[in-house]
Ligand binder design. Structure first.
Ligand code: NAG
Ligand code: NAG
Ligand code: NAG
Ligand code: NAG
Ligand code: NAG
Ligand code: NAG
Ligand code: NAG
Ligand code: NAG
Ligand code: NAG
Length: 501
């Protein structure tokens, strides 16, 4: 297994987005197409920029750049309206605005100003334009600390506007964005009055997390649906190796899986396996109870075992789901691989319009690349491994020395696996206040989440039947009870934090 690819998954959280938006399955009516594209244009905002310093922590360089942010002041009614501030994560900020419906839904109730700030080095917020990643000098300012300092400057700027002098600020974020919203409250309690940190793996760090847990949670998402499903996924690794061990087999697999590039070498086969891992993890992260197109267009409950019927705009849609194709325990050899292809098509070809299956992970397609790869190499080192016994993946060791060497070759900087704990803390959080850490337990990233209450006002909320930051998405009639309750909990505390300010 390729370590680096696994680490990119974190980036994938938001970003296969650009892929397909409005094209939907052959069996889907035209109306259905339209409802999805309308949904994607749901939220309205103005786009602005703000000049921030490239380096907040020294007087050595005076360079500045334009940080992009999205703003909507329609619901702000009175002086000192609350500011709902999304601490952007690794990607184009519009993606996060579209996928954080909860914030949009509650802003009118609180008469809040809505702001989504883009993370430096992503989207259009590039400190040195197209040279931002050219060399260590230019890319070296990509750190979470600098990003938080950008957000602080922007908040101070917003509050310097007439009528906002005493506005309370509530930070929101999901995933890495959730880590940032928690950290900004921890580091700058005089600037941010409270934070909603959804699916924020702030403990996914060296020496704290067991590197195996991520793979185990992913596996259990499949196992609980149908034991045979995870067994067959596990069995398929060897089957792929065997079938693709000769030229004829490589051709058979390339043809039957409709690969974009025919398999030629053992490395090609390994790259294909990496794509499969990617798919299994993405499905676990975005195992949402209704149709979405966050990482890829997907049916509701995409891992489910039985064909999923759902209603949308008065249409009955019948969607294929993953494990439906992997329940026959006797499947072996080529018939197993044909069944697996039908299963992964739920992810790669839900629209029915994919001509060929990509056999490498396209880094450039991710709005997160190369920024997240660099962050994962420097401060966001996230140890992931698998043993192939307690999980359905091929065995893969975690080796920080190897990891660091690969990173050093690419970026000429040394990984700093302990920096996060030094900078933000990993234990002794008893001084943390006004933060809600929510975690869906179907989400592999809950392995690094805060799962216990930390103090009188820093809470852990567990949602047993939710995937990656489901509570931050817009509400849906299929949302599980735990997610509805969590959203109520968020609002209760946001209200309290605002009143206390
Ligand atoms: C496609 O839709 C039609 C009409 O709703 C339905 O009868 C048919 O079974 C569907 N086909 C598939 C493959 O789901
Ligand atoms: C804010 O959002 C509302 C609802 O979508 C929209 O009507 C309004 O025009 C938006 N305001 C701005 C300033 O974009
Ligand atoms: C980088 O930007 C400069 C100035 O905008 C442009 O002239 C140049 O072609 C760009 N280079 C690349 C590789 O895109
Ligand atoms: C998996 O699904 C198949 C087909 O629905 C069923 O026969 C089998 O009992 C299931 N196995 C488990 C362990 O749930
Ligand atoms: C599978 O889908 C059904 C609805 O068709 C749903 O009730 C059930 O909770 C789903 N199971 C999982 C594990 O998603
Ligand atoms: C299960 O797979 C075996 C081997 O390919 C096949 O002979 C059998 O018919 C399949 N069973 C079902 C119910 O599809
Ligand atoms: C995607 O689905 C369509 C319709 O079923 C099919 O014609 C096409 O070959 C599939 N593409 C791939 C890559 O499997
Ligand atoms: C990473 O590799 C570089 C170059 O070999 C070395 O100087 C550095 O000490 C290593 N850092 C860690 C954390 O292993
Ligand atoms: C944390 O405290 C809140 C409020 O009292 C409670 O609802 C929640 O269940 C607690 N979380 C955990 C993980 O015990």
């Amino acid at each position: 297994m390729c370590l680096r690819t696994l680490l990119l998954f974190y980036a994938v959280i938001a970003l296969c987005w650009s892929m397909v938006r409005s094209e939907f399955a052959a069996n889907y009516s035209h109306n259905h197409d339209e409802s999805l594209s309308l949904r994607s244009a749901r939220y309205k905002y103005e786009i602005k920029t703000f000049d921030v310093r490239v380096d907040h922590f020294s007087f050595a360089i005076q360079d500045t750049f334009k940080l992009k942010y999205l703003i909507n002041d329609t619901w702000r009614k009175e002086r000192n309206a609350p500011i709902f501030f999304y601490t952007g994560n690794e990607g184009n900020i519009e993606v996060f605005a579209e996928n954080t419906g909860f914030l949009w839904e509650i802003a009118p109730k609180f008469n809040a100003l809505v702001v989504f700030a883009e993370h430096r080095y992503y989207g259009e917020s590039l400190p040195y334009g197209n040279k931002s990643f050219a060399d260590p000098q230019h890319r070296g300012y990509l750190t979470s600390q600098q990003a938080l300092a950008d957000y602080v400057d922007l908040i101070v700027h917003l509050k310097s506007q007439p009528g906002y002098e005493r506005s309370p600020v509530i930070a929101f974020g999901g995933s890495y964005g959730g880590m940032l919203s928690a950290w900004i409250r921890i580091k700058y309690p005089h600037v941010v009055q409270g934070a909603i940190a959804s699916s924020a793996p702030i403990l996914y760090v060296t020496g704290v997390v067991d590197c195996e847990v991520f793979a185990r949670i992913t596996t259990s998402d499949y196992k609980t649906v149908n034991l045979t499903c995870s067994k067959l996924i596990q069995k398929a690794w060897n089957t792929i190796t065997k079938v693709a061990s000769n030229d004829e087999g490589k051709k058979w697999l390339s043809d039957n899986w409709k690969l974009c590039e025919p398999l030629k070498t053992a490395e090609d086969v390994q790259a294909l396996k990496n794509v499969l891992q990617n798919i299994y993890i993405d499905l676990a992260m975005t195992n949402y109870p209704y149709e979405t197109n966050f990482l890829a267009p997907l049916p509701g409950n995409p891992i489910n075992v039985s064909t999923y019927h759902f209603k949308t705009d008065d249409l009955n849609v019948i969607a294929q789901v993953f494990c439906q194709h992997l329940t026959n325990v006797s499947l072996t050899g080529k018939s197993l691989l044909l069944a697996l292809h039908r299963a992964i098509s739920v992810y790669t070809n839900y629209t029915g319009k994919t001509n060929c299956m990509k056999n490498t992970i396209e880094e450039s397609r991710l709005g997160a690349y190369p920024g997240w790869d660099y962050q994962a190499c420097t401060e966001m080192v996230m140890p992931i491994c698998s043993d192939g016994v307690n999980d359905m993946f091929e065995p893969m060791k975690w080796d920080i020395a190897d990891y660091n060497n690969t990173c050093f070759k690419k970026y000429s900087v040394s990984s700093q696996p302990y920096l996060i704990c030094e900078e933000y803390g990993c234990k002794d959080f008893n001084t943390a206040s006004n933060i809600i850490f929510s975690n869906g337990l179907l989400d592999p990233w809950s392995s690094g989440g805060i799962l216990r209450n930390l103090s009188q006002s820093a809470f852990a909320i567990l949602m047993p039947d939710a995937a990656h930051h489901l509570d931050l998405r817009e509400s849906n009639s299929n949302d599980p009870y735990s997610v509805r309750v969590t959203r109520e909990f968020h609002q209760f505390w946001i209200d309290k934090w605002i009143k206390e300010y």
